[in-house]
Design a protein around this ligand. Structure first.
Ligand code: NAP
Length: 481
């Protein structure tokens, strides 16, 4: 059971703090109070930055065994508290029980992967004796932690994305200051409790709930070595401009496409995956399926299969086992999603089902007859809606998928290896997924977008690369030894 009236202090480098004027966080579904969350102020941010800088001196010399042990212990504790954490994700993020439980499992896994990667950061041995002048020399290239990392996270995966910020940073030996989304700060604060109980060194973690603009002072602070941001493109690219010389990793939005070619080996499977990928988490996933492109020979059949499944989706209270699609995060998001459907219809598209709004719930929508110029295709919907359209040739489908200003992942259903190779070569995305949806993600895989979708990679091994610096040691064998 979640204690709904609990107050949540915030965590500054090992110390729990309160300020006057805490903010009441409410359920996006029914406005139920989630808890009173104390807000960090500029003085707390300064203290968190100093604590991070001081702890870096210790953390950077900590053995990989110690860093790994803290992360593994955090993963254990997430598993022990999984029911409480899942209940909190249902409450504060409006996730269905199924989606919430899946996120908790992924959060533990992300930390377990980080614990493993902490032990194999390694490096490279380089022969330098390529000429007579450089004879007797070798180089050792090693990665060293970069320094305090500022993680900023969005509302849609408040636990697992926090784990993606904290896990790899600590694995590499970097302290972390985490600024969670204002709509969903509580799961990150529970994660801070878990980190504390797992023996994280003092100063190595701060979790600072506050309004976004208040965190800009941290984005600009030169004592912070890296900004690891996940959120919207508008905010992310703006923050990069403010970040000065720090390393910037941006994991931003998308409007992912999936192509279903006529040689797809299993249309029923493709339809099931497309519906799962378009409507899970009420479509509030950066790699949610948004644009479905189907070869004309199988278009009618595929469209029917997708529609039948979408019509079966049940909307409502996320805290019910009967619900497949819960609420959007706030009124503005729900109204915007409804307007995206309406504007497409005004521009000549045809709604096939859904698109009606009841409060913050949008009935799962399928729209056809859309074109790349329409908002419903070129903006990120971040809502339970997909567009479905036919195409004639594979190259036309790829070109249409590529019209997006975003580039996270592309899904292609085909059994032809040449089409696989063409999609891999010609698409402008961070990942191509064959015979599955663009929403496929294993937490250890390299993940991140190109174009407007960001820069840099997530997935602990790859995030560690982003948050470490290479240093070269040149060793000369002197004659006579
Ligand atoms: P958002 O509005 O951009 O907010 C993201 C975070 O940035 C929040 O913590 C927010 O704080 C903070 N923020 C806002 N303005 C700020 C400022 N001026 N300075 C510092 N921090 C600031 O995004 P969202 O609505 O929470 O999340 C949805 C977006 O995230 C979508 O675009 C989605 O595609 C993207 N996303 C991407 C990935 C990926 O891996 N590529 C994964 C998940 C989500 P407040 O909440 O206090 O405003």
């Amino acid at each position: 059971m979640t204690d709904t009236m609990r107050e949540y202090p915030f965590f500054v480098g090992g110390e729990w703090r309160e300020n006057p004027d805490p903010v009441m966080v409410r359920s996006p579904y029914d406005g139920r109070p989630v808890g009173l969350v104390h807000q960090a102020r500029e003085r707390d941010m300064e203290d968190a930055t100093v604590a991070a800088a001081v702890s870096f001196a210790e953390l950077r010399t900590l053995s990989s065994a110690r860093r790994s042990a803290v992360l593994a212990s955090m993963a254990d504790r997430i598993e022990e508290r999984s029911e409480e954490l899942a209940a909190m994700l249902v409450l504060e993020a409006g996730k269905t029980r199924l989606n919430a439980a899946a996120e908790v499992r992924r959060g533990a896994l992300t930390l377990r992967i980080s614990a493993e990667e902490a032990r194999r950061i390694g490096g490279e041995l380089i022969d330098l004796d390529w000429t007579e002048e450089t004879e007797g020399r070798i180089g050792i290239l090693r990665r060293f932690p970069i320094g305090p990392v500022l993680g900023i996270t969005p509302f849609n995966f408040p636990l697992n994305i926090a784990c993606h910020k904290i896990g790899p940073a600590l694995a590499a030996g970097n302290p972390v200051i985490l600024k969670p989304a204002s709509a969903t700060p509580v799961s990150a604060l529970l994660l801070a409790e878990i980190a504390e109980a797992s023996g994280i060194p003092d100063g190595a973690l701060s979790v600072l709930p506050c309004p976004g603009s208040r965190a800009e002072v941290l984005v600009k602070d030169d004592r912070i070595a890296a900004l690891n941001f996940t959120g919207s493109a508008d905010v992310g690219w703006r923050l990069r401009e403010m970040a000065g010389r720090k390393k910037v990793i941006l994991e931003l939005g998308g409007n992912a496409a999936v192509i279903v070619h006529h040689d797809c080996p299993d249309l029923d499977y493709a339809a099931a995956r497309i519906v799962a990928g378009g409507f899970a988490n009420a479509g509030q996933v950066c790699i949610s399926v948004q644009r479905v492109l189907v070869h004309e020979d199988i278009y009618e059949e595929m469209r029917g299969m997708i529609l039948a499944r979408v019509r079966n989706l049940r909307t409502g209270d996320p805290d019910s086992d009967q619900t497949d699609v819960g609420p959007l995060i706030d009124d503005a998001a729900a109204k915007r999603a409804e307007e995206l459907v309406q504007s497409a219809v005004r521009d000549g598209a045809s709604p096939l089902c859904g698109g009606e709004r009841r409060g913050r719930i949008l009935s799962p929508a399928v729209v056809t007859g859309t074109s790349p110029g329409m908002r419903i295709e070129h903006e990120e919907a971040f809502a339970p809606l997909i567009t479905v359209n036919p195409y004639q040739s594979f190259s036309e489908a790829l070109a249409r998928a590529n019209t997006s200003t975003y580039g996270l992942q592309l899904g292609v259903f085909t059994s032809d290896i040449n089409r696989v190779m063409t999609a891999f070569a010609e698409s402008r995305v961070g990942g191509v997924v064959i015979n599955d949806i663009p929403g496929f993600r294993a937490d250890h895989m390299p993940y991140g977008g190109v174009k407007g979708s960001g820069t840099g990679k997530e997935g602990p091994r790859y995030a560690i690369r982003e948050m470490t610096e290479e240093k070269l040691l040149v060793i000369t064998r002197m004659k006579g030894a």
